[in-house]
Design a protein around this ligand. Structure first.
Ligand SMILES: [Mg+2]
Length: 338
C-alpha cells in the first residue's frame, strides 16, 4: 500500500462520480450512440463540469472522519448529517442526488437513532448508497484480518444501509481493494478474491446472501457479455458492473469511461469502479484534465494527502514497532453470526 494507491482510490471515486453525473439514468442505448469521452458537466442535475454528488461528498466525509477519529460510526454519521443538513463537502453548498435509504437514515439520525442502526434494513434498501462511499473504510481496514475488516465495513455500511446483502457487497469490495493494494494486476486481484479461503469470505458475507454474489465469486465474471451486465442502482448490479469494467480494461481512463458508458446509474457505477481503478493504476494515472476541473480540487487533494499520510504512518509504525494490533482492531469481538 502506498500513497499513490490510497489517493488514487479516493480520487477515483470523485472522478468517476463527476464523469457519470451528467448522464445519470440515461439508458445504455443512448451511450452507444453518444459515448461520454470526458468531463462534460450539466445534464441530469445541471451542475457544472467537475461536480461530484452524494457519492463523492459522503466519501470525503468518511475520509475526513477517519483522519480525525479513526473508524468511528458516530463521528462519520455526524458528518453525513452535516452533508444532508448543510451541504458539507458538496461542490456548491447543498446536498443533492440523495438516495431513498440514505434520506431515511438521515432522518433517523436526526431523531437520535444510533449510527449503527440508522440505515434501513428492508429488501428494497439494497441500493448502492453505502457501497459508493465505503472506499475510505476499505483502505483503512486493508491491513486488518477478516473479522476486523468485516466488523468495520458492516458498521460503516449500516449508517445508511443495514441489509446484510448490501453490507456483504461492501465487504467483497473491500476484499478486492485489499488484493489490489498488493500491486497485482486487476485480473490477478480478482482471481485472488475468488480464491480466498471460505472462512475469509464467511467473515463478512452473510450465508443467506452468498447466492447473490455467485457470478462475482465464481471467477468467470470477465467472460460475461456486456448485455448481461446491468448497471442499475441495485447494489449487486453495481458491484458486478464495477468489477467487470475493472477486469476488462487496462488503464484508468478506459476503465472509467467503460463504466460511464454502461448507462443507467452512471455516477455511482463509475464512482465504485473509479475507486478500484484508482488503486490499480494510482493517483498519477488520473488524467490531468479531469483532475483540473474537479470542483474544490485543492481542498480534496489536501484531505486525500492527509488521509494517505495517516494510513501509511500507521503502517510504518506497525512495521517498525512490531505493533500487532491493526487499525480499527478492537479487542471486543463481534457478537452473533452473519
Ligand atoms: Mg450520486
Amino acid at each position: 500500500m502506498d500513497k499513490n494507491q490510497i489517493m488514487g482510490g479516493l480520487l477515483g471515486v470523485l472522478i468517476g462520480d463527476a464523469l457519470g453525473l451528467p448522464v445519470q439514468f440515461a439508458p445504455r442505448e443512448e451511450r452507444k450512440k453518444k459515448p461520454v469521452a470526458g468531463m462534460e458537466g450539466w445534464g441530469a442535475f445541471n451542475m457544472p463540469p467537475g461536480s461530484f454528488s452524494d457519492d463523492g461528498s459522503l466519501t470525503l466525509c468518511l475520509a475526513e472522519s477517519i483522519c480525525e477519529a479513526g473508524l468511528n460510526a458516530e463521528d462519520a454519521a455526524g458528518r453525513f448529517l452535516r452533508w444532508y443538513n448543510e451541504g458539507y463537502w458538496t461542490p456548491t453548498g447543498f446536498a443533492y442526488d440523495i438516495g431513498g435509504s440514505t434520506s431515511r437514515a438521515m432522518e433517523r439520525l436526526r431523531r437520535g437513532v444510533p449510527a449503527i442502526d440508522a440505515g434501513p434494513k428492508g429488501e428494497n434498501d439494497n441500493g448502492n448508497g453505502s457501497l459508493m462511499r465505503i472506499m475510505p473504510a476499505a483502505l483503512y481496514l486493508a491491513g486488518s484480518g477478516p473479522e476486523t475488516m468485516a466488523d468495520g465495513i458492516w458498521t460503516i455500511s449500516r449508517i445508511t444501509h443495514g441489509h446484510p446483502r448490501t453490507c456483504s457487497a461492501c465487504y467483497i469490495y473491500a476484499l478486492l481493494a485489499k488484493e489490489l493494494l498488493t500491486g497485482v494486476s486487476p485480473i490477478e486481484a480478482y482471481q485472488n478474491l475468488c480464491s480466498l479461503p471460505e472462512e475469509v469470505l464467511q467473515a463478512g458475507i452473510a450465508g443467506t446472501e452468498k447466492k447473490h454474489f455467485a457470478r462475482i465469486l465464481d471467477g468467470q465474471l470477465q467472460q460475461v457479455s456486456e448485455r448481461e451486465i446491468r448497471s442499475s442502482g441495485y447494489v449487486v448490479h453495481t458491484l458486478e458492473a464495477a468489477i467487470w469494467c475493472l477486469i476488462n480494461n487496462n488503464d484508468f481512463t478506459s476503465t472509467l469511461l467503460a463504466a460511464v458508458n454502461l448507462g443507467e446509474d452512471t455516477d455511482t457505477v463509475a464512482a465504485v469502479t473509479g475507486g478500484l481503478a484508482g488503486i490499480s493504476y494510482g493517483f498519477e494515472a488520473i488524467p490531468a484534465g479531469w483532475l483540473e476541473v474537479l470542483i474544490r480540487r485543492d481542498e480534496i487533494l489536501s484531505l486525500a494527502t492527509g488521509f494517505a499520510d495517516k494510513l501509511t504512518q500507521v503502517r510504518d509504525i506497525e512495521a517498525g514497532d512490531k505493533v500487532t494490533e491493526a487499525p480499527g482492531e478492537s479487542s471486543k469481538k463481534r457478537g452473533g453470526s452473519r
